[in-house]
Design a protein around this ligand. Structure first.
Ligand code: CAA
Length: 380
């Protein structure tokens, strides 16, 4: 067991941290207030190759590991967690769907390379109005028509939906047999009948673009199918295992980002004649938060290492996601309190981090669903 990051991993951290401070920090408050997606910055990070970190070089990736990817999402999310989830959905949920699927080499190159380089953006269409936690309840249907399929249905809560060039759409080819017929297709932006619906007005991660997606008689050729009927549900579940590690990284980044702001503030803020970090009651609270962050980090990095080693990691990812997101919520909320009145004001960032933290307990499987996943493995 080795707790040291490699030199290359520290270099990835530095690359992502420098990018976040240079490109994301300056406009983060304005983007949050006005829900502006930083498309230029998104493309720039892509040109640096970071979206393809965990994917093989032959498909446009960097040939790195899931832990490399986690470190990058974490650094980005310390500064801008909305950007962090756009990155994570692009790489883990869209890219993961392609990589984990039985897609051909040609399909993998075609659908992954533009995403890995940031020239295009990916999204993941699983959730529907009647298929949230119960992902098996899909109502989007694909019907074969010669060499094509015709897709009809609606997806909701699609992160990157409004800005995506490629979306993986999960659907059934035979509703009478349910998930046994679940398939997945890559649907390209601009395909007739494929439209962006209502854009969500959210509590947090406000600059991330989230919307409904509608499919009305959308014709896609069979070479856009990446999971054959019957393979789709397991593909979605396996991909979500990786996605939960991405959300864990986003959440850990929020916790660490808020903690660092509070730590610096407490050394500078003087009350009762001394910096407030000299008040033992406040310093002890920071000691507790620091310990919570370390615990969350251990679970997250362990899950990422298991994934990288090709070992089972479903429960580890669920534990990491649940713990990191609960930690993000607790740490960000406490940091607002530790900064007092200033913490409640936008300029100190921690109130945004507290709002951003909340969704990490909800998406990519609520923390109640994570308990279902973890307990399901206990009694086999
Ligand atoms: N990997 C591979 N296969 C898996 C799997 C996994 N992690 N989990 C389950 N399966 C397989 C099972 O082995 C089973 O296979 P067999 O039929 O061969 O036995 C099959 O899938 C069905 O499994 P379950 O009976 O456990 O399925 P279920 O219907 O009871 O659902 C669930 C399980 C865990 C509750 C699942 O529905 C789930 O994860 N729900 C949450 C959905 C979710 O996370 N949605 C988030 C959407 S993305 C998002 O948030 C958007 C965003 O933009 C950020």
């Amino acid at each position: 067991m080795n707790f040291e990051l490699s030199e290359q991993q520290r270099a990835i951290q530095k690359l992502a941290r420098d990018f976040a401070e240079r490109e994301l920090l300056p406009g983060v408050l304005e983007r949050d207030a006005q829900e502006i997606f930083p498309l230029d910055a998104f493309r720039k990070l892509g040109a640096m190759g970071l979206y393809g970190l965990p994917y093989p070089k032959e498909f446009g990736g960097m040939g790195g590991s899931p832990l490399d990817y986690v470190l990058a999402v974490e650094e980005i999310s310390k500064v801008d967690a909305a950007f962090g989830i756009s990155f994570s959905v692009n790489t883990s949920l869209y890219g993961g769907s392609i990589m984990n699927s039985s897609a051909t080499e040609e399909q993998k190159k075609r659908f992954l390379s533009p995403i890995a380089s940031g020239k295009a953006i990916g999204s993941f269409g699983l959730t529907e109005p009647n298929a949230g936690s119960d992902a098996a309840g899909q109502q989007t249907i694909a019907v074969r028509d010669g060499d094509d399929y015709i897709l009809n249905g609606s997806k909701c809560f699609n992160t990157n939906g409004p800005v995506a060039d490629y979306t993986v759409i999960y659907c059934l080819t035979d509703p009478s047999i349910g998930t046994k017929s679940m398939a997945a297709f890559v649907v390209e932006k601009g395909t007739p009948g494929f439209t962006v619906g209502k854009r969500e007005d959210k509590m947090g991660i406000r600059s991330a673009q989230v919307s409904d997606l509608h499919l009305h008689d959308v014709r896609v050729s069979a070479d856009h199918m990446i999971a054959k009927p019957g393979e789709g549900f397991k593909l979605a579940m396996k991909t979500l295992d990786g996605g939960r590690i991405g959300v864990g990284a986003q959440a850990l980044g929020i916790a660490k980002g808020a903690f660092e702001i509070a730590r610096k503030y407490m050394m500078e803020r003087v009350q009762f004649g001394k910096p407030i970090c000299k008040q033992q009651y406040l310093a002890f609270r920071m000691a507790e938060l620091y310990t919570e962050i370390e615990k969350a980090e251990l679970l997250l990095y362990k899950a990422a290492v298991l994934e990288g080693e090709g070992k089972p990691f479903t429960a580890a990812a669920a534990m990491a996601k649940m713990t990191c997101s609960d930690t993000a919520m607790r740490v960000a909320t406490e940091c607002v309190q530790l900064l007092g009145g200033n913490g409640y004001m936008k300029g100190y960032h921690v109130e945004r981090m507290m709002r951003d933290a909340k969704i990490t307990q909800i998406y990519e499987g609520t923390n109640e669903i994570q308990r279902l996943v973890i307990s399901g493995g206990l009694f086999r």
